[in-house]
Design a protein around this ligand. Structure first.
Ligand SMILES: [Zn+2]
Length: 365
C-alpha cells in the first residue's frame, strides 16, 4: 500500500507533464466552441428526437392545412398524452377554418387546421382556477412560395429553428413540469398553435374561443425560434411591460448558464403571444433572433444550438416554477410607453416592408 502512495502521485505528475500541451490545447478548443455551455447531466432535456422529426423532409415543411400539418399535430398530441397530459378540447384538438387569398403560386380557398390543447393533470376545475399557458406554433412554410425569402425556389422549408425549436422546447418543458412537486397553485395548459405563419390564426382562434376549464389565464409564455442562441448567449425576452415587476423578476430567477438578456421596450405583435396581450393577459416571448436562414430552405436541424436550448430551458423552467407556485400571479398592465412604442414599431415595420418586401421579416415569425 505504501508503494502506491509514493508511486501514484509521481506517475500522475509525469503523465500530466507529458500531455501538458495536449491538455492545454483541448481546453482552448473547448472554450472556443460556438455557443458552448457547461456540461449538463445526460437526458436533462431530450430535444433531438423532436427536432429531427419535426424538421425532417418527411413532414414537407409542415404547411398549415396540409396532411403534414395534421401529422405534426398528432405527434405533439401523442407526446403530451404519453407524458400524462389530458386533452382540454375534444381529443386535444381545437379545429378552425380560415380563408387564404391567392398569394404567389398558392391557390386561394378555405383551409382547415387545428391547435393542440392539453392540460396538466390533475387540474383544478373550479370557477376560480388560474392557468399558465405555454405555447409555440408548429406550422411552417411547406415548399416555400408566399412567406419564403426565396419565393422563387420550390424546396422543403424544414423550419428547424422556426419553429421546431419552440415545439421541442414546449414538449420537453411540459415533461419537466410533470416532475414538479404537487399540488401546483395553477393549471398548466400547453397549446401548440396552427397557422401562425399565415397571420397568427391559431392563437387568435384560441383566445377568442377559450375551451371550458381554461380558467383565468395569468401568464402566457411563447417560444418562437429558440434554437440559435449565439456565442454571447443573448436571449430576447419580450413582453416585460405587460406586467409590473417583470424585469426584476427575471433578474432574480436562477440563470445557471449565464444567459445575457435582451428586453425589447415594445411588445412585438409578430408571434402568438400578441392575441393574448391584446386580450389583457400578461405575456413573455422567448426568441433567439432572426438569421440568414430565416424563412429559407436552409433553416435546418444541424444548425440548431442544442446546448443553447438547454440553457434556455433551464431558465424557462425556473420561470414556470415561479409562475405555478407564486402567491401573487402577474397582473396585466399596458403602459403608455409600451402602447406608443408598439405603434411606432408597427409604423416603421410597415414602411420598411413597402421598401423592401424581399428581405424584411414577414408579418409573423
Ligand atoms: Zn416563421
Amino acid at each position: 500500500m505504501q508503494i502506491y502512495k509514493k508511486i501514484l502521485p509521481l506517475t500522475l505528475f509525469s503523465c500530466i507533464m507529458k500531455h501538458f500541451f495536449v491538455i492545454v490545447l483541448w481546453g482552448f478548443f473547448n472554450s472556443c466552441t460556438p455557443g458552448s455551455v457547461p456540461l449538463l447531466p445526460a437526458q436533462d432535456y431530450d430535444f433531438s428526437p423532436h427536432l429531427h422529426y419535426l424538421a425532417s423532409d418527411s413532414l414537407q415543411g409542415r404547411l398549415a392545412g396540409s396532411r403534414y400539418d395534421s401529422l405534426t399535430a398528432v405527434y405533439i398530441r401523442n407526446t403530451l398524452l404519453h407524458c400524462g397530459y389530458a386533452p382540454l378540447c375534444e381529443e386535444g384538438w381545437q379545429p378552425f377554418e380560415y380563408k387564404v387569398a391567392k398569394r404567389g403560386s398558392n391557390k386561394p380557398g378555405t383551409r382547415f387546421s387545428r391547435n393542440v390543447v392539453m392540460i396538466s393533470t390533475p387540474y383544478d376545475t373550479s370557477a376560480c382556477a388560474e392557468t399558465v399557458v405555454l405555447g409555440a406554433h408548429f406550422d411552417h412554410l411547406g415548399l416555400g412560395g408566399w412567406g419564403s425569402r426565396r419565393a422563387d425556389t420550390a424546396a422543403v422549408h424544414n423550419g428547424a429553428d422556426d419553429n421546431a425549436s419552440g415545439v421541442a422546447m414546449l414538449l420537453e418543458l411540459a415533461k419537466k413540469i410533470t416532475q414538479y412537486p404537487a399540488p401546483l397553485k395553477r393549471n398548466v395548459v400547453i397549446v401548440a398553435f396552427g397557422a401562425e405563419e399565415l397571420g397568427l390564426i391559431g392563437s387568435n382562434h384560441f383566445v377568442r374561443n377559450l375551451p371550458p376549464h381554461s380558467g383565468k389565464i395569468v401568464l402566457m409564455i411563447n417560444f418562437d425560434m429558440v434554437g440559435r442562441l449565439d456565442t454571447l448567449r443573448r436571449l430576447e425576452i419580450g413582453g416585460l411591460t405587460s406586467f409590473a415587476g417583470a424585469d426584476s423578476l427575471l433578474y432574480t430567477l436562477p440563470n445557471p448558464d449565464s444567459l445575457t438578456f435582451f428586453f425589447p421596450s415594445h411588445i412585438k405583435r409578430n408571434s402568438d403571444h400578441a392575441p393574448f396581450y391584446a386580450a389583457g393577459i400578461p405575456v413573455l416571448f422567448f426568441h433567439t433572433g432572426l438569421h440568414a436562414d430565416y424563412h429559407t430552405p436552409d433553416d435546418d436541424v444541424d444548425k440548431i444550438n442544442l446546448s443553447g436550448m438547454h440553457a434556455i430551458a433551464h431558465f424557462a423552467d425556473s420561470l414556470i416554477r415561479w409562475a405555478v407556485t407564486t402567491e401573487k400571479p402577474p397582473v396585466f398592465q399596458q403602459t403608455d410607453i409600451a402602447r406608443k412604442s408598439s405603434l411606432l414599431y408597427e409604423r416603421v415595420e410597415h414602411i420598411l416592408k413597402v421598401f423592401d418586401r424581399k428581405h424584411l421579416i414577414s408579418q409573423t415569425i
